[in-house]
Design a protein around this ligand. Structure first.
Ligand SMILES: C[S@@+](CC[C@H](N)C(=O)[O-])C[C@H]1O[C@@H](n2cnc3c(N)ncnc32)[C@H](O)[C@@H]1O
Length: 488
C-alpha cells in the first residue's frame, strides 16, 4: 500500500487510513470500505492525498469482493490524480476479471508506456500481465515476445529462473541461450503498446461484428425462408427495416466502410486544424459507423481530446450503433432527410458526410440542394464527404459525379468558394494490413458458405436475389470524394 508524506497519527484521516489498511490486509474488505467511505463523506480535510489513497483501498476491496464495476469507478478517480503505472495495471486486472480483454489490454499497455514504469519489479508485473492477456486474446506471437522480454530482464538482473519456467519458454520456442538487450525488445514493442492503448472505451469493429453475427446466426437457425431473398442493390435497395437485413448488411460491409470513412477523416484531419470540437452531420447515417470511424481517425492522429458533436439523420433507426464517448454529443434524427431539411432552421456543421447514402436520395437531390444552400451556416471552411456504393462491374461514376456536382454548385452559389477535391477509387489490397481491426475468420467462413448452407426454399427456384455473400475485406469497393470549401 502506498503511503506518501508524514504520518501524524493524531489526524483523523490518518487514523482512518491506517485502520482501513489493516482491515484490508486482514481480509475484512466490507469494513475497510465502510470506514473509508464514511471518512470521505464526513472529513473536510485530507493531507498528503489521503482521500485518494482511501479511494484506492475502496477500489481494491471492491475488487476482492467481485464488485468490479464499483472498483473500476474508484480506480479511475484515483488515476485522475495519480497517473501511476501500477494503478493502470490494477484497472487492467479488474477489466480482466470482467472478461473485457480489449480494455484490460488498453490499460496494461498504458501502464507499459507510463514513464513511472522504472523498476524491474514493476516492469515484470506489467509485461507479465500483457503476456497473459495477449494469450487470452489469441495473439500468440505478441504474447511470446512479452515472455521473451521478461526472461531477458530477469536474466540480465541475475534473478533466479526456475527449471519449470525455462521449460515453458522452450515450449514456446524461445531460445533461452540467446542474450538480447531488453531495451531492444521494449523498443520493438513500443509501437504495439501505442496501438493497444488506443483501443477504445467504445466497441471495436470486431466486437460489433461478433455481436451482429451471434444474432444473425440465431435468426437463421429459426427463420426459413429468410428475409434475405430480396437483398440486392440492383433495381431497389434492401429493406433495412428488417433486423436480419441490417445484420447481413453489417457483416458484409461494415468492416470495409469503417475503414473507408476512417481514411477520409484522417485525410481532412491532416489538412486542417479543428478546434476542440468537431461538428458533423451524417445524412443516411445507418448504424453510425462513420461516428466510430471519426473517433478512430482522431485517435490515430493523436487528437483524441477533440470532442464530437454528431448529428445522424436516417429514416430508419438501425441497431448496433457504437457506444458514444463521454464528452461527445450524439443527436439521432429519426426522420426522412427531406423532412429534416425542411424543418431544420440552419445546418451548423463543418463536415457533411453522405456515407453510402447519396444514391438513395438521388430522386430528391434538387430539393436537397436548395435547402442545403439556404440553411448552411457561415463557417470558415466546410467539407463534404461523399462515399459511393461501388458495384461490381457497373460504372456508376457518372451518376455520382452528377450528384456531387449539383451539391458543389449549390454550396458555391453564394456563400463558399470551392477549394479542391480528393478522389479515391480503391485497389485490391487487403484492409487488414492497414487497419488495427480484424475480421474474425470464423465469421468470414460462415458468410462465404452462407448460400450453399442455406436451408431456404427460395434457393432452388432461383427467386433468391442474394448474390455474393462474402464480406468486403479488400479495398476494392472503396470509392469516395472529399470536397473542401472556404467562406467567400
Ligand atoms: C446504404 S445505407 C448506408 C448506411 C450507413 N451510412 C453505412 O455506412 O453503412 C443508406 C442509408 O440511407 C438511409 N436513407 C435512404 N434514403 C433516406 C432518406 N430519404 N432519408 C433518410 N435516410 C435515408 C437508409 O435508411 C440507409 O440507412
Amino acid at each position: 500500500m502506498v503511503d506518501n508524506g508524514d504520518t501524524n497519527y493524531t489526524r483523523p484521516e490518518v487514523v482512518v487510513y491506517e485502520r482501513s489498511k489493516t482491515l484490508y490486509k486482514h481480509g475484512d474488505f466490507e469494513e475497510a470500505i465502510k470506514i473509508s467511505e464514511e471518512a470521505l463523506e464526513n472529513l473536510s480535510e485530507f493531507m498528503y492525498d489521503r482521500d485518494i489513497w482511501l479511494k484506492r483501498i475502496i477500489a481494491l476491496a471492491n475488487c476482492r469482493l467481485k464488485n468490479y464495476k464499483i472498483s473500476i469507478k474508484y480506480f479511475k478517480e484515483v488515476l485522475e490524480t495519480k497517473n501511476e503505472c501500477y494503478i493502470q495495471r490494477e484497472i487492467a486486472n479488474v477489466y480482466n476479471n470482467l472478461n473485457e480483454i480489449d480494455l484490460a489490454l488498453k490499460y496494461s499497455a498504458e501502464s507499459a508506456l507510463n514513464p513511472t514504469l522504472n523498476s524491474i519489479d514493476q516492469k515484470i508485473k506489467t509485461y507479465a500481465l500483457l503476456e497473459r492477456l495477449l494469450f487470452k486474446k489469441g495473439l500468440k506471437v505478441k504474447a511470446k515476445l512479452h515472455a521473451e522480454l521478461i526472461y531477458q530482464i530477469r536474466k540480465n538482473d541475475k534473478r533466479n529462473i526456475d527449471e519449470e519456467e525455462i521449460e515453458r519458454l522452450k515450449n514456446l520456442n524461445i531460445d533461452t541461450n540467446k542474450n538480447i538487450a531488453h531495451e531492444t525488445l521494449e523498443k520493438k514493442l513500443k509501437q504495439f503498446w501505442k496501438l493497444l492503448s488506443l483501443k477504445p472505451h467504445y466497441s471495436s469493429i470486431e466486437s460489433i461484428i461478433r455481436k451482429v453475427y451471434d444474432d444473425f446466426y440465431e435468426y437463421n437457425e429459426f427463420n426459413i425462408p429468410c428475409d434475405l431473398k430480396d437483398f440486392t442493390f440492383k433495381q431497389n435497395v434492401p429493406n433495412y427495416e428488417k433486423k436480419s437485413v441490417q445484420q447481413f448488411y453489417l457483416l458484409k460491409y461494415m468492416y470495409s466502410y469503417a475503414f473507408e470513412y476512417m481514411t477520409m477523416f484522417k485525410k481532412i484531419l491532416n489538412q486542417r486544424e479543428f478546434g476542440n470540437n468537431i461538428r458533423i452531420t451524417s445524412f443516411g447515417c445507418g448504424n453510425m459507423i462513420d461516428y466510430w470511424a471519426l473517433i478512430r481517425a482522431l485517435e490515430e492522429n493523436d487528437k483524441k481530446e477533440i470532442s464530437i458533436n454528431y448529428t445522424g439523420v436516417d429514416s430508419i433507426d438501425w441497431n448496433y450503433k457504437p457506444k458514444a464517448r463521454e464528452n461527445d454529443t450524439i443527436n439521432f434524427k429519426h426522420i426522412d432527410v427531406k423532412k429534416y431539411l425542411n424543418e431544420e432552421k440552419y445546418l451548423d456543421s463543418e463536415i457533411f458526410i453522405f456515407p453510402k447514402s447519396l444514391g438513395e436520395f438521388s430522386g430528391d437531390i434538387e430539393h436537397f440542394c436548395k435547402n442545403f444552400k439556404e440553411k448552411i451556416k457561415d463557417n470558415t471552411n466546410i467539407y463534404v464527404l461523399i462515399s459511393y456504393i461501388k458495384q461490381d462491374e457497373s460504372n456508376n461514376k457518372e451518376f455520382y459525379n452528377d450528384l456531387s456536382d449539383k451539391i458543389k454548385d449549390a454550396i458555391t452559389e453564394n456563400k463558399y468558394d470551392f477549394v479542391d477535391e480528393k478522389v479515391n477509387e480503391g485497389n485490391k489490397r487487403h484492409i487488414e494490413k492497414y487497419f488495427n481491426e480484424k475480421y474474425p475468420n470464423k465469421i468470414k467462413d460462415y458468410l462465404m458458405h452462407f448460400k450453399s448452407n442455406c436451408k431456404c426454399l427460395y434457393k432452388e427456384n432461383e427467386k433468391c436475389k442474394l448474390e455474393y455473400t462474402h464480406p468486403q475485406i479488400t479495398q476494392k469497393y472503396i470509392q469516395y470524394k472529399i470536397m473542401s470549401f472556404n467562406k467567400k
